[in-house]
Design a protein around this ligand. Structure first.
Ligand SMILES: [Mg+2]
Length: 402
């Protein structure tokens, strides 16, 4: 049951019905006598009035009426006319998400935030910190999982599931077992019993198109797919997807928990030019330079899933003075064409304007583009769509949990 020697101990911590729990807590904070949304049929939905809203989270009582995540609010109200629907509140969600991660970081320096409501923890070798918990009858790593789960519940007021294994894939699968407020292990030697009987669509990383194709071919469970020779699976799904599904179905996955990188304050890139730019060669030189710089900045921001609200251009003159111009956008972006458009007009203003550097007789020897006022909020909102694609909240599984 415990991890084998040489294996890492990985936890996946997943907040139960995160948006609904966090909305419920916010309401209770504002009015301690308010009804706890978690105890009545309730849901978080987008804009209820526009009819375009979809359910992004639901309470357990709402689930009994058949209310489903991802369905239109109007449809949910047909199923459950007394459904209380509250609007998404990302400010509150970000607050609780930060507090959640803060507690996790007390338990391990290796925390990888996966989305607004889930994270991996590398707990390898941290047995000693939980020795006083052994008196409850549990040994590490269960003792640690319970300590984390209880601390979150006691200090923040919401419940989580903890999945424990020796790699991230299995820990993630384990946290998705019976909910809420549970701890489950899924070590490699438990895979045949606990994971292989599950439908293939429950395999983490197996999209619904892949799951449909495999089911149509007659392979319904993860175990049936795990038993296929790699080459057969590659024949069905292509080399890359075949290899990935083969590994996952057999319980193989990365055990590297990557702590969040320190967030940059701005993204910028600059280049020294081969010849000074003047009004004579401006049109020949600058479009290419700006194009390259925009593309580089955009690429790095996209890799880090970051958007920025201000675009700036800076130059160094042939007298080694720095000058810059910036503009604030209406919507945060990391799009290379949008960055390029703004950078082009800023540079033109800076150099070619009536008050510009060329009018004053300067040449330009360096050009840079920067993006600041960064935010990853929009990406958290995008992760809403991931949540909508999550399958049911509470899946009953046959085996025991802790
Ligand atoms: Mg969750």
């Amino acid at each position: 049951m415990a991890g084998k020697k040489g294996q890492r101990t990985i936890f996946h911590i997943d907040v139960n019905s995160a948006f609904l729990s966090w909305s419920a807590l916010k309401l209770l904070k504002e009015d301690p006598h308010a009804v706890d949304l978690r105890t009545i049929p309730s849901a978080v939905g987008g804009d209820v009035k526009s009819r375009r809203g979809v359910i992004t989270a639901k309470s357990i009582p709402a689930k009994k009426y058949g209310v489903q995540t991802g369905e239109p609010v109007v449809k949910a109200l047909q199923k459950c006319p007394n459904l209380t629907v509250v609007r998404s509140d990302f400010e509150t969600y970000r607050h609780y998400s930060r507090e959640f991660i803060r507690i996790l970081m007390k338990h391990s320096p290796l925390v990888q935030k996966v989305s607004i409501d889930e994270a991996f923890l590398d707990m390898t070798g941290r047995d000693g910190n939980y020795e006083n918990r052994i008196q409850t009858g549990e040994a590490f790593p269960l003792s640690a999982a319970r300590a984390i789960k209880d601390e979150i519940h006691e200090t923040l007021g919401f419940t989580v599931n903890v999945g424990i294994s020796s790699n991230k894939l299995l820990a993630k699968m384990a946290s998705d077992f019976k909910k809420p407020n549970r701890i489950h292990t899924l070590f490699p030697d438990e895979v045949p019993l606990k994971m292989w009987p599950l439908p293939i669509r429950d395999l983490y990383g197996c999209g619904s198109a892949t799951a449909d194709r495999l089911s149509a071919l007659g392979f319904r469970t993860i175990g049936e797919v795990a038993a296929l020779p790699l080459s057969t699976l590659q024949g069905f799904l292509g080399n890359k997807a075949g290899e990935r599904i083969h590994a996952s179905a057999n319980g193989l996955g990365s055990d590297q928990v990557n702590p969040e990188k320190r967030k940059a304050k701005s993204y910028s890139n600059e280049t020294t030019l081969k010849e000074d730019v003047t009004d004579n060669n401006y049109i020949d030189i600058t479009p290419d330079v700006l194009h390259r710089l925009s593309a580089k900045v955009s690429e790095r921001m996209k890799r880090d899933r970051i958007l920025g609200l201000t675009v700036s251009v800076s130059v160094k003159t042939n007298t080694f003075e720095r000058h810059s111009r910036q503009t604030t956008l209406e919507t945060a972006t990391n799009d290379k064409d949008i960055i390029l458009t703004h950078a082009s007009s800023l540079l033109a203003e800076l150099c070619l304007g009536e008050d510009g550097l060329f009018t004053k007789g300067y040449g330009v020897r360096l050009i840079g583009i920067g993006i600041a006022r960064l935010t990853d909020n929009a990406y958290e909102q995008i992760s809403l769509f991931d949540l909508m694609n999550h399958r049911g909240d509470t899946k009953e599984k046959k085996y025991n949990d802790y």
